[in-house]
Structure formats: C-alpha cells, structure tokens
Design a protein around this ligand. Sequence first.
Ligand SMILES: Cc1ncc(COP(=O)(O)O)c(C=O)c1O
Length: 347
Amino acid sequence: MASEVVDLRSDTVTKPTDAMRQAMAEAEVGDDVLGDDPTVAELERRTAEILGQDAALFMPSGTMANQVAIRCHTQPGDEMLADANAHIYWYEAGGSAALSGVICRLLPGERGVFSAADVRAALRPADIHFPPTRLLAVENTHNRGGGTIWPLAQLRDVCGVAREAGVRTHLDGARLWNASVAAGIPEAEYARDFDSVSVCFSKGLGAPVGSALAGSMELVARARRFRKQFGGGMRQAGIIAAGALYALAHHRERLADDHTNAKRLARGLSGVPGIQVNRDRIETNMVYFDLEHGSATSLVEHLREAGVLVLQTGERTIRAVTSLAVDAPGITRAIDAVREGMGAPPQ
Ligand SMILES: Cc1ncc(COP(=O)(O)O)c(C=O)c1O
C-alpha cells in the first residue's frame, strides 16, 4: 500500500489533532458517575445549548445514545416507526428488540426521507391486537440515504403528525452538524420538534470518542439511569469529553470543506467510464457510487493497493466519506486511483 493512506471508509476514522490531544491532556476530570467531572458537565451544557434542549447526557457511542432513547420512550411490546434504511434498524445489532423489546415498522422513505402521509398510514388504531405505535425515529443526515438532509418543513410535518397521535419522536442526529452547516440551519431548529436528539462527536467533528443524548430534564434523568443499566456510566470521562468540546469549538464550521471535497470527488468519479454517480445527490460528506457492470470487489481491492480505502456497501455499490482525515490532494489521488482501476486514461 502507498505510504499515505487516503481513508474514505467513514468519517469515524478521524484521529485527534495535536491541539485536540493537548486539550484532552489538560482536561480537569472527576468521577462522572458521581457527578464530579467538570469537563463532562461543560460538554453536556454546551451540547444542550447548541441543540436548544434543556439538558444533555454524554454517551460512549451513538448506538448507545439511540438505544437509551428508545428505552426511555417505550415499553416492551411497543412499536417504533423508522425509515427502511435507518441506522437504528440496520446497524445497531437489533438493539431495539434486544434491549427494549420494541418492534420496528419500516417506512418507505426516499433516500431516508419519508412523508407525513407515510407516518399517518403506519399509525395503528387502538386495538388489543396491535402493538401500540409509541415512537417515531428520524435520521438527519441520513447515512444509507447518502448523507441526505431532511427539508425542515417536512421534518416539522412528520413530527406534527406524530405529536397529534401521541407518538414520541427521536432524532438520530449523528451527523446533524453536517446538515446544519450544509443547509445553513441551526441544529436547534432541526432539533426543536423532537422529544430526544442524539448527536455524535466522533464522526465528522473528529473527536476520538463520544456522543450525547439531549432532551427535557425529565428525559435526561431517565436516560441517566438507563445509561448506567446499559453499562455506559464512565468515570474520569472528562479526558474524552475535552476532545468533544474542542471539536464543537473548532471543527463544526470546517465540515463545509468535507462537503466541498465530496462534491469534487463525485464530479471526478462521474467522468470515469463505467462509474455511475448522481452528482445532484451529494448534499453533505457521503458519496455512494455504482459500477455499471461487474462486482465492486475488485475495484475496492485495487484502490486498497493504491492506498485508497473505501467501503463496499452492495454488489456494485461503493461508499466514500469525506472528513478531517482527507484533504484535497487525497481526493485527487482517489479519483486517479478509480480511473486507473477502471482502465480509464489519467487526466
Ligand atoms: C446515522 C448514525 N447513527 C448512529 C450511529 C452510531 O454511532 P456509533 O458508531 O458511535 O455507535 C452511526 C454510526 O455511523 C450513524 O451513522
């Protein structure tokens, strides 16, 4: 492999910068399970403020933040509505069933975005035969949808339908920061209509570890108990919270660079014969592209040997995600490596 790897597998591959490590090394810490860690407290305060929520709770991962939210909102035997490609459904190891006893009903979203009518059609009438519809989960940006941003009006509509029906709402905002920067809409606007919101510091923001769950005081108090029950109470967690605080202060605005890089990557790939990519669909930092023929496996292997790492997500589909870990020359290298792998002349 080439010495400098261009890692486009995910925005979770980012490593803390020197300045972030410095902030972490200098963090004041205490036992957070006993409520003693000032850095965690500051991160929770700042996160709640940005999200326009009453309170927030630091979590080891986005998966735990989502699963604790589900546990807070539901009882075993309840039903949760989610998009058919939701992270909560696909990639959280069946947590909603295993940890909360909740059944998922899947909505037919368009790249992760469904309509108020879809929600209305899925609501169960009160009947002892049916699992009660208790929770609606929305993902913004949408990972499997291709980094899709929810239109704010549509978000408000689906939350409105849920509220009228007495269904609680959770926002999986692992990449809400990306949506906010790309659309120019504050995170708090997106979060406003939800009963709970999860966010991640360990993705595009570049912190090594950590997520948060935000909501009302009551929700967060309940979540604190379930976080402990799920094994997520952490002791001197200020060390990692300091990385997240640094990321909030210094790495939010720069997400725009990742979006520019994703668009340039898509533009470059769209010029490679045999590759299909819909450039109009690149809204944030994710680029999904398809091979017109054959399997993606050999191209992924060719790229790996050229020092460019991507993820195969289907027989012919490859995902490339831009982040702090990849600069503009890295994007050029990735485009050149795909051209070479597809037998196209260099440009
Ligand atoms: C949309 C979404 N939600 C939740 C998660 C879970 O985050 P974690 O990997 O920290 O558990 C991810 C991870 O990629 C994600 O993409």
